[in-house]
Design a protein around this ligand. Structure first.
Ligand code: GTP
Ligand code: MG
Length: 386
């Protein structure tokens, strides 16, 4: 008898909304998370459990829309459109729901089995943003679960909602985007299901429209519907982002942005390089100082001199040198980098360097992985996407 196939759940959403945080919490995996976009670049799979059932959860790269502009976005779109997923959990950032709604509305056209995970509710609360979850559910026509994934809040409800969906709980009719009349007409006359008709139109746009113009029209229609829904369900105080905007006016200004960034990064590297000298010397002195007692102890055990030399001069001294040289800079650099990340400065670095990196056919986000020295590791572990 063929083994029953495990249901597959796609975890989708805009970049940096907490998809991998949800994935790690539900599967116990250790996907890379961090406060900047573009960390996840390929599909990661894990197993989640609910009421004794097992399901495969797939953490997808962040994407702003189903009309991709980068390789990672294409990976996410392709996974969804290839139809492997039985359901999708759409993670949305509660602090900027309107932008996230564009993707949600587009996904709802492809797959109706959707649960929206309204994440970062703690951040929304801090900004005094109020979201009427019941109204949002009514507007979208799918279940919405408010979560704060970093603290695990709302995740048990999310799992149960996904389970109920897979058990066939009837969902209200998911909302549809209203496209311009000529596109709606083309969908109707194609005789295909809405999602398939849209995919066919993207392949072969109606006469008089280029593929790019069609993409823009489709996205604009989704953005309009997203705005309508946000107006009904979200209340944002006028000064919600006032502090961030004031800070950004300086940090991202043409005059001060770049010098400030260079100064800050230089300071981090200075503290790392020179601050590490003192603990490095201390560690080196004390660890290498243990060589003599080790030699004496091993000689007392009657080991031949070449074995003693191999263990002490070869193994121990190399280990002591590596630890004393590597550990202090890492112990200083990573906490500093984490501080910059938690303060939200790293996405701003990526934004500022984007222009320069694009000229080298890369993108600003790569500056952060380069800072972490992980670029080559990522290439070894995940070959570049084609
Ligand atoms: N305050 C708060 N932070 C959160 C929450 N969920 C995730 N985060 C933080 O948001 C940042 C982004 O989280 P990730 O899980 O890496 O986001 P992602 O959507 O996988 O990002 P990409 O893979 O780059 O698209 C991390 O710093 C998380 O710790 C939450 O509920 N509250
Ligand atoms: Mg991720």
């Amino acid at each position: 008898m063929a083994a029953e196939r495990m249901p597959v759940i796609a975890l989708m959403g805009n970049p940096n909304v907490g998809k991998s945080t949800v994935f790690n919490a539900l599967t116990g995996a250790r996907q890379h998370t961090g406060n900047w976009s573009g960390k996840t670049v390929s599909c990661a799979r894990g197993t989640m459990h609910c009421s004794g059932r097992e399901m495969t959860l797939v953490d997808l790269p962040g994407t702003y829309s189903l009309h991709p502009r980068s390789e990672e976005e294409r990976v996410a779109r392709d996974f969804l459109t290839q139809g492997e997923a039985d359901a999708a959990v759409l993670v949305a950032d509660a602090t900027c729901l309107e932008r996230n709604l564009i993707l949600i509305l587009q996904v709802l056209e492809v797959i109706p089995n959707v649960v929206v995970c309204l994440n970062l509710m703690d951040e929304a609360r801090k900004k005094r943003i109020r979201i009427n979850v019941t109204a949002l559910e009514r507007e979208l026509g799918v279940p919405v679960v408010a979560c704060a994934a970093r603290r695990g809040r709302g995740l048990p409800t999310l799992t149960q909602t996904v389970c109920r969906l897979l058990d066939g709980e009837p969902i209200p009719q998911p909302t549809a985007i209203r496209y311009p009349a000529e596109i709606e007409q083309a969908i109707r006359t194609s005789g295909l299901a809405r999602a398939e008709a849209l995919a066919a139109l993207s392949e072969c746009p109606p006469e008089g429209l280029s593929a790019q113009q069609l993409d823009d029209l489709l996205t604009a229609a989704a953005a309009l519907r997203a705005e309508e829904i946000a107006l009904t369900c979200v209340q944002i105080p006028a000064d919600a982002d006032a502090r961030d905007r004031r800070i950004d006016r300086i940090l991202l200004s043409r005059r001060f942005g770049l010098p400030l960034m260079l100064l800050l990064l230089a300071l981090v590297f200075y503290i790392t390089l020179f601050g590490a000298n003192v603990p490095s010397e201390w560690l080196s002195e004390h660890l290498l100082g243990l060589s003599a007692p080790f030699t004496a102890a091993l000689s007392v055990l009657g080991l031949p001199p070449f074995v003693v030399s191999l263990l002490v001069d070869g193994l121990w001294r190399v280990l002591a040198t590596v630890i004393s040289v590597m550990l202090p800079p890492m112990a200083i650099f990573f906490p500093l980098f984490t501080l910059l990340e938690d303060a939200g400065y790293l996405p701003r670095v990526a934004f500022q360097l984007d222009h320069a990196f694009r000229r080298a056919h890369a993108c600003g986000k790569q500056s952060l992985t380069m800072c972490l020295g992980q670029k080559w590791m990522r290439h070894v572990m995940h070959p570049p996407l084609r």
